[in-house]
Design a protein around this ligand. Structure first.
Ligand code: ADP
Ligand code: MG
Length: 313
Protein backbone atom coordinates (compact mmCIF):
# COMPACT_ATOMS: atom_id res chain seq x y z
CA UNK A 1 0.00 0.00 0.00
CA UNK A 2 1.02 3.60 -0.59
CA UNK A 3 2.55 5.66 2.20
CA UNK A 4 0.55 8.43 3.87
CA UNK A 5 2.30 11.28 2.06
CA UNK A 6 2.12 9.61 -1.32
CA UNK A 7 -1.59 9.04 -0.74
CA UNK A 8 -2.21 12.68 0.26
CA UNK A 9 -0.08 13.97 -2.65
CA UNK A 10 -2.14 11.89 -5.05
CA UNK A 11 -5.36 13.31 -3.65
CA UNK A 12 -3.96 16.83 -3.80
CA UNK A 13 -3.13 16.47 -7.48
CA UNK A 14 -6.58 15.07 -8.21
CA UNK A 15 -8.45 17.82 -6.37
CA UNK A 16 -6.97 21.21 -7.16
CA UNK A 17 -8.70 23.93 -5.13
CA UNK A 18 -11.36 25.91 -7.00
CA UNK A 19 -10.57 29.50 -7.98
CA UNK A 20 -10.55 31.78 -4.94
CA UNK A 21 -10.24 28.95 -2.36
CA UNK A 22 -7.33 27.25 -0.61
CA UNK A 23 -7.86 23.52 -0.45
CA UNK A 24 -5.57 20.58 0.32
CA UNK A 25 -1.99 21.35 1.37
CA UNK A 26 -2.08 23.87 4.20
CA UNK A 27 -3.11 23.50 7.84
CA UNK A 28 -6.63 24.68 7.02
CA UNK A 29 -8.69 25.19 3.93
CA UNK A 30 -9.68 28.80 3.28
CA UNK A 31 -13.16 29.49 1.96
CA UNK A 32 -14.36 33.00 1.16
CA UNK A 33 -17.62 34.10 2.78
CA UNK A 34 -20.54 35.39 0.77
CA UNK A 35 -22.67 37.98 2.50
CA UNK A 36 -26.34 37.17 2.67
CA UNK A 37 -25.70 33.42 2.98
CA UNK A 38 -25.71 30.97 5.88
CA UNK A 39 -23.24 28.06 6.03
CA UNK A 40 -24.49 24.48 6.30
CA UNK A 41 -22.17 21.90 7.85
CA UNK A 42 -22.72 18.20 8.38
CA UNK A 43 -20.50 15.26 9.24
CA UNK A 44 -21.05 11.51 9.01
CA UNK A 45 -19.00 8.51 9.93
CA UNK A 46 -19.07 5.22 8.05
CA UNK A 47 -17.64 2.16 9.77
CA UNK A 48 -16.78 -1.10 8.04
CA UNK A 49 -19.16 -3.81 9.18
CA UNK A 50 -21.84 -1.33 10.32
CA UNK A 51 -22.38 0.76 7.20
CA UNK A 52 -20.79 -1.35 4.50
CA UNK A 53 -19.20 -4.75 3.97
CA UNK A 54 -15.77 -4.50 2.38
CA UNK A 55 -16.14 -7.83 0.59
CA UNK A 56 -19.27 -6.72 -1.09
CA UNK A 57 -19.01 -3.12 -2.21
CA UNK A 58 -16.27 -2.13 -4.65
CA UNK A 59 -13.93 0.67 -3.55
CA UNK A 60 -15.23 2.88 -6.37
CA UNK A 61 -18.80 2.37 -5.22
CA UNK A 62 -17.82 3.04 -1.61
CA UNK A 63 -16.10 6.29 -2.60
CA UNK A 64 -19.25 7.37 -4.44
CA UNK A 65 -21.71 6.20 -1.84
CA UNK A 66 -20.04 7.62 1.23
CA UNK A 67 -19.90 11.02 -0.48
CA UNK A 68 -23.48 10.68 -1.74
CA UNK A 69 -24.94 10.16 1.72
CA UNK A 70 -23.17 13.29 2.93
CA UNK A 71 -23.98 15.48 -0.07
CA UNK A 72 -27.58 14.43 0.47
CA UNK A 73 -27.54 16.17 3.87
CA UNK A 74 -26.81 19.47 2.13
CA UNK A 75 -29.65 18.75 -0.31
CA UNK A 76 -31.90 18.03 2.67
CA UNK A 77 -31.50 21.64 3.80
CA UNK A 78 -32.02 23.06 0.34
CA UNK A 79 -28.36 24.04 0.19
CA UNK A 80 -25.95 24.46 -2.66
CA UNK A 81 -22.56 22.72 -2.51
CA UNK A 82 -19.41 24.42 -1.16
CA UNK A 83 -17.00 21.55 -0.51
CA UNK A 84 -16.15 18.43 1.45
CA UNK A 85 -13.53 17.06 3.87
CA UNK A 86 -12.55 13.41 3.93
CA UNK A 87 -10.95 11.67 6.93
CA UNK A 88 -10.00 8.02 6.55
CA UNK A 89 -8.52 5.39 8.85
CA UNK A 90 -7.07 2.76 6.51
CA UNK A 91 -6.26 -0.83 7.49
CA UNK A 92 -2.84 -1.75 6.14
CA UNK A 93 -3.97 -4.88 4.33
CA UNK A 94 -6.23 -3.23 1.74
CA UNK A 95 -5.72 -4.73 -1.74
CA UNK A 96 -3.38 -3.01 -4.19
CA UNK A 97 -5.18 -0.17 -5.97
CA UNK A 98 -8.04 -0.08 -3.45
CA UNK A 99 -7.44 3.49 -2.26
CA UNK A 100 -6.98 4.80 -5.83
CA UNK A 101 -10.28 3.32 -6.87
CA UNK A 102 -12.01 4.66 -3.73
CA UNK A 103 -10.73 8.16 -4.46
CA UNK A 104 -11.79 7.83 -8.14
CA UNK A 105 -15.37 7.12 -7.04
CA UNK A 106 -15.25 10.03 -4.60
CA UNK A 107 -13.96 12.30 -7.36
CA UNK A 108 -16.63 11.22 -9.84
CA UNK A 109 -19.49 12.22 -7.56
CA UNK A 110 -17.71 15.35 -6.33
CA UNK A 111 -17.42 16.55 -9.91
CA UNK A 112 -20.94 15.57 -10.85
CA UNK A 113 -22.48 17.53 -7.95
CA UNK A 114 -19.91 20.30 -7.58
CA UNK A 115 -18.43 19.49 -4.15
CA UNK A 116 -14.66 20.12 -4.32
CA UNK A 117 -12.59 18.10 -1.80
CA UNK A 118 -10.90 20.77 0.34
CA UNK A 119 -9.05 18.73 2.95
CA UNK A 120 -9.17 15.85 5.34
CA UNK A 121 -7.05 13.54 7.41
CA UNK A 122 -5.36 10.21 6.79
CA UNK A 123 -4.38 7.67 9.38
CA UNK A 124 -3.76 3.95 9.70
CA UNK A 125 -6.29 1.67 11.37
CA UNK A 126 -5.27 -1.46 13.30
CA UNK A 127 -8.75 -2.74 12.80
CA UNK A 128 -11.59 -1.69 10.53
CA UNK A 129 -11.84 0.87 7.78
CA UNK A 130 -13.46 4.13 8.94
CA UNK A 131 -14.51 7.00 6.74
CA UNK A 132 -15.60 10.35 8.13
CA UNK A 133 -16.84 12.98 5.72
CA UNK A 134 -17.72 16.58 6.47
CA UNK A 135 -19.69 18.56 3.92
CA UNK A 136 -20.21 22.27 3.59
CA UNK A 137 -23.00 24.00 1.77
CA UNK A 138 -24.71 27.35 1.77
CA UNK A 139 -28.19 28.78 1.50
CA UNK A 140 -29.51 32.34 1.35
CA UNK A 141 -29.76 33.62 4.96
CA UNK A 142 -32.85 32.32 6.71
CA UNK A 143 -33.83 30.19 3.72
CA UNK A 144 -32.43 26.75 4.53
CA UNK A 145 -35.22 24.19 4.93
CA UNK A 146 -35.59 22.72 8.41
CA UNK A 147 -37.45 19.70 9.78
CA UNK A 148 -39.50 21.81 12.18
CA UNK A 149 -41.37 24.00 9.69
CA UNK A 150 -44.25 21.70 8.66
CA UNK A 151 -47.75 23.17 9.12
CA UNK A 152 -51.12 21.45 9.35
CA UNK A 153 -52.65 21.34 5.87
CA UNK A 154 -49.29 20.99 4.10
CA UNK A 155 -49.01 18.22 1.55
CA UNK A 156 -46.26 15.68 2.20
CA UNK A 157 -44.19 14.90 -0.90
CA UNK A 158 -41.22 12.83 -1.97
CA UNK A 159 -38.96 13.07 -5.02
CA UNK A 160 -38.23 10.00 -7.12
CA UNK A 161 -39.21 6.50 -6.04
CA UNK A 162 -39.02 4.73 -2.68
CA UNK A 163 -37.66 1.29 -1.91
CA UNK A 164 -35.31 0.66 -4.83
CA UNK A 165 -32.27 0.88 -2.59
CA UNK A 166 -33.90 -1.29 0.08
CA UNK A 167 -34.83 -3.87 -2.55
CA UNK A 168 -31.27 -3.73 -3.91
CA UNK A 169 -29.93 -4.42 -0.41
CA UNK A 170 -32.24 -7.43 -0.06
CA UNK A 171 -30.98 -8.71 -3.42
CA UNK A 172 -27.37 -8.39 -2.21
CA UNK A 173 -28.05 -10.04 1.18
CA UNK A 174 -29.98 -12.92 -0.35
CA UNK A 175 -27.55 -13.40 -3.24
CA UNK A 176 -30.40 -13.12 -5.75
CA UNK A 177 -29.53 -13.84 -9.39
CA UNK A 178 -28.80 -10.52 -11.08
CA UNK A 179 -31.03 -9.84 -14.08
CA UNK A 180 -31.46 -6.34 -15.50
CA UNK A 181 -34.11 -5.34 -12.93
CA UNK A 182 -32.06 -6.59 -10.00
CA UNK A 183 -28.92 -4.86 -11.32
CA UNK A 184 -30.81 -1.56 -11.42
CA UNK A 185 -31.99 -1.95 -7.83
CA UNK A 186 -28.48 -2.82 -6.66
CA UNK A 187 -27.15 0.20 -8.51
CA UNK A 188 -29.61 2.41 -6.63
CA UNK A 189 -28.26 0.91 -3.41
CA UNK A 190 -24.57 1.34 -4.22
CA UNK A 191 -24.66 4.48 -6.34
CA UNK A 192 -27.36 6.78 -4.96
CA UNK A 193 -27.75 10.28 -6.36
CA UNK A 194 -28.13 13.13 -3.89
CA UNK A 195 -30.98 15.39 -5.04
CA UNK A 196 -28.91 18.55 -5.11
CA UNK A 197 -30.45 20.33 -8.14
CA UNK A 198 -33.98 19.40 -7.01
CA UNK A 199 -33.24 20.66 -3.49
CA UNK A 200 -31.94 24.02 -4.70
CA UNK A 201 -35.06 24.40 -6.80
CA UNK A 202 -37.38 23.42 -3.93
CA UNK A 203 -35.60 25.81 -1.56
CA UNK A 204 -36.51 28.70 -3.84
CA UNK A 205 -40.23 28.28 -2.97
CA UNK A 206 -41.32 29.88 0.28
CA UNK A 207 -44.31 27.55 0.28
CA UNK A 208 -41.99 24.55 0.70
CA UNK A 209 -41.88 24.37 4.49
CA UNK A 210 -40.09 21.39 6.07
CA UNK A 211 -37.55 19.26 4.23
CA UNK A 212 -35.16 16.39 4.93
CA UNK A 213 -33.52 13.58 3.01
CA UNK A 214 -34.70 10.00 3.30
CA UNK A 215 -31.88 7.95 4.76
CA UNK A 216 -33.66 5.57 7.16
CA UNK A 217 -36.94 5.24 5.25
CA UNK A 218 -40.06 7.42 5.33
CA UNK A 219 -41.44 5.23 8.15
CA UNK A 220 -38.72 6.58 10.40
CA UNK A 221 -37.83 9.91 8.80
CA UNK A 222 -41.34 11.42 8.69
CA UNK A 223 -41.40 11.13 12.49
CA UNK A 224 -38.54 13.62 12.74
CA UNK A 225 -40.57 16.19 10.83
CA UNK A 226 -43.60 15.55 13.02
CA UNK A 227 -41.63 15.73 16.27
CA UNK A 228 -39.78 18.89 15.30
CA UNK A 229 -42.90 20.56 13.91
CA UNK A 230 -45.27 19.40 16.66
CA UNK A 231 -47.76 18.08 14.11
CA UNK A 232 -49.33 14.81 13.01
CA UNK A 233 -49.66 13.32 9.54
CA UNK A 234 -51.64 10.93 7.39
CA UNK A 235 -49.64 8.96 4.83
CA UNK A 236 -51.52 7.22 2.04
CA UNK A 237 -50.02 3.79 1.41
CA UNK A 238 -51.60 3.66 -2.07
CA UNK A 239 -49.83 6.85 -3.09
CA UNK A 240 -46.26 5.69 -2.38
CA UNK A 241 -44.13 5.90 -5.54
CA UNK A 242 -42.74 2.37 -5.75
CA UNK A 243 -40.96 1.58 -9.02
CA UNK A 244 -42.14 -1.26 -11.25
CA UNK A 245 -38.74 -2.88 -10.73
CA UNK A 246 -39.04 -2.85 -6.94
CA UNK A 247 -42.62 -4.17 -7.13
CA UNK A 248 -41.61 -7.02 -9.45
CA UNK A 249 -38.60 -7.88 -7.28
CA UNK A 250 -40.69 -7.94 -4.09
CA UNK A 251 -43.30 -10.11 -5.74
CA UNK A 252 -40.68 -12.62 -6.85
CA UNK A 253 -39.05 -12.71 -3.40
CA UNK A 254 -42.24 -12.76 -1.34
CA UNK A 255 -41.42 -9.37 0.20
CA UNK A 256 -43.88 -6.60 1.05
CA UNK A 257 -43.10 -3.65 -1.28
CA UNK A 258 -44.69 -1.19 1.16
CA UNK A 259 -42.44 -2.41 3.97
CA UNK A 260 -39.39 -2.06 1.70
CA UNK A 261 -40.48 1.41 0.54
CA UNK A 262 -41.11 2.73 4.06
CA UNK A 263 -38.46 0.88 6.06
CA UNK A 264 -35.71 0.00 3.57
CA UNK A 265 -33.79 3.24 3.84
CA UNK A 266 -30.96 4.80 1.84
CA UNK A 267 -33.19 6.17 -0.89
CA UNK A 268 -31.61 9.61 -0.50
CA UNK A 269 -34.71 11.15 -2.01
CA UNK A 270 -36.17 14.35 -0.52
CA UNK A 271 -39.13 14.33 1.86
CA UNK A 272 -40.79 17.73 2.11
CA UNK A 273 -43.99 19.50 3.03
CA UNK A 274 -45.56 22.22 0.90
CA UNK A 275 -48.74 24.28 0.76
CA UNK A 276 -51.36 22.95 -1.61
CA UNK A 277 -51.21 26.08 -3.83
CA UNK A 278 -47.45 25.91 -4.26
CA UNK A 279 -47.45 22.14 -4.80
CA UNK A 280 -49.36 22.68 -8.05
CA UNK A 281 -46.64 24.97 -9.37
CA UNK A 282 -43.51 23.02 -8.29
CA UNK A 283 -40.99 22.64 -11.09
CA UNK A 284 -39.53 19.48 -9.53
CA UNK A 285 -40.67 15.89 -10.12
CA UNK A 286 -42.43 14.68 -6.97
CA UNK A 287 -45.29 12.56 -5.59
CA UNK A 288 -47.79 13.63 -2.93
CA UNK A 289 -47.93 10.86 -0.31
CA UNK A 290 -49.94 12.46 2.47
CA UNK A 291 -50.84 15.49 4.50
CA UNK A 292 -49.69 17.19 7.70
CA UNK A 293 -52.43 17.26 10.34
CA UNK A 294 -52.91 18.80 13.78
CA UNK A 295 -53.77 15.40 15.32
CA UNK A 296 -50.30 14.93 16.81
CA UNK A 297 -50.37 11.34 15.51
CA UNK A 298 -48.89 9.52 12.54
CA UNK A 299 -51.59 7.59 10.67
CA UNK A 300 -51.19 5.19 7.75
CA UNK A 301 -54.15 5.36 5.39
CA UNK A 302 -54.71 1.95 3.76
CA UNK A 303 -52.73 -0.10 6.32
CA UNK A 304 -53.65 -1.73 9.60
CA UNK A 305 -50.12 -1.72 10.99
CA UNK A 306 -47.29 0.70 11.79
CA UNK A 307 -44.07 1.21 9.83
CA UNK A 308 -40.90 2.12 11.71
CA UNK A 309 -37.95 2.43 9.33
CA UNK A 310 -34.32 1.57 9.95
CA UNK A 311 -32.50 2.15 13.26
CA UNK A 312 -28.82 1.65 13.97
CA UNK A 313 -29.59 0.67 17.61
P1 ADP B 1 -1.90 18.11 9.51
O1 ADP B 1 -0.73 17.57 10.23
O2 ADP B 1 -1.96 19.60 9.48
O3 ADP B 1 -3.19 17.46 9.91
P2 ADP B 1 -1.85 16.37 7.25
O4 ADP B 1 -0.53 15.83 6.88
O5 ADP B 1 -2.80 15.52 7.97
O6 ADP B 1 -1.64 17.75 7.98
O7 ADP B 1 -2.58 16.87 5.92
C1 ADP B 1 -1.88 17.68 4.98
C2 ADP B 1 -2.92 18.27 4.05
O8 ADP B 1 -3.56 17.23 3.34
C3 ADP B 1 -4.01 19.06 4.74
O9 ADP B 1 -4.33 20.16 3.93
C4 ADP B 1 -5.15 18.07 4.81
O10 ADP B 1 -6.40 18.76 4.79
C5 ADP B 1 -4.94 17.26 3.55
N1 ADP B 1 -5.42 15.86 3.69
C6 ADP B 1 -4.92 14.89 4.49
N2 ADP B 1 -5.60 13.74 4.32
C7 ADP B 1 -6.56 13.99 3.42
C8 ADP B 1 -7.60 13.21 2.84
N3 ADP B 1 -7.83 11.94 3.19
N4 ADP B 1 -8.40 13.82 1.94
C9 ADP B 1 -8.20 15.11 1.61
N5 ADP B 1 -7.26 15.88 2.10
C10 ADP B 1 -6.42 15.34 3.00
MG1 MG C 1 -3.96 15.60 9.67
Amino acid sequence: MKGEFEFIDGIRRMFPAPEGMEGIGDDCAVIPQHSGFETLVSTDMLVEGSHFLLDDITPWQLGWKSAASNFSDIAAMGGEPVGSFLAVALPQDLPEGWTDSFIDGYKAISEQYGFPLLGGDTTASQDRLCICITVLGRAPEGRSKKRGSARPGDLICVTGTLGDSGAGLQAILKGVKRDETVEKLIERHYLPHPRIPEAIRLASYEGVHAMMDISDGVGSDIRHILEESGTGAVIDIQALPISEGAKAFCKGQGLDPVEIALCGGEDYELLFTVTQEVEETLGVQHTVIGRITDSGRLEWKGADRDYMGFRHF
